[in-house]
Design a protein around this ligand. Sequence first.
Ligand SMILES: O=C[C@H](O)COP(=O)(O)O
Length: 290
Amino acid sequence: MTTRYTNDEWARIIAEVEEDIVVSQETHPIPDIGSPALAKTIDHTLLKLDAKAVQFDDLCAEARVDGFATVCVRPYVVAKCVSDLRGTDIKVACVIGFHEGTYDLYHKMQETKQALAAGAAELDIVLNYPELKVGDYSSVYNELATLRQQAAHPVLLKLIIETSQLDRSQIIAACAMAAAANFDFVKTSTGFNGQGATVENVRLMAACCKRLVTGSSHGRRMQVKASGGIKTIEDATAMLEAGATRLGTSSGVWIVKEGKQSVERSLSPPSVHERRPSRPGLSTRLYTSY
Ligand SMILES: O=C[C@H](O)COP(=O)(O)O
């Protein structure tokens, strides 16, 4: 695989991108609250290492009921989820190099091979962000381009850049690397390392995606997936309004339920005796501790 440019050449390319970045404060249009289109922005996620088989059955059942975009899981459970979701339009997304990102390329290629063979349609790959932070852009590009070659379109590739570990310039550099390697999404966070998605970072990443399309010959714009700490309908709408088009969350069931309830309330306001429903208990298969 070619490295294309030296680290210094990559640094100049990234600096040019950074000079052009204008972060917009616009509110992006979003699907109607409570609509199937809003549920279709959600990757219904279960990445806990101690998750039991029955929890993946429930995850897939919930995805079928609510009509999520994908279930997002680790490689060892892709085949099971593909089988559970057969006959639906819900895809299986698989994390690669999770959650440190520092696994070597061989390890990431092995996981990619395993996930694709099992039927994954989308891969959420953790960036080797320590390499990016020290300016080893050639190595970062080599890894991403190799994985893109291994997982060609229509497989969707998302690069998890772990924004909590990066400053503004490094977030821009990560987006530039993802675009150069022809990824489909940049994703904020693993949810396992520091702060998750923030509105500010989603806006910055959306601005990068806008700028980077103008520099590409194929004219296809990368999209932003916000993930980590998205627990309520308010969190979800804030991320979408900031420019995300996909959400990674372990609270998808609750978010959809809250959205539907808020629509019902706006159609028939509750009497003074009716309380806002409390958050459901663990029996509803929510996976985030709160
Ligand atoms: O990509 C997904 C994240 O791991 C989900 O994080 P969460 O449990 O905070 O929703």
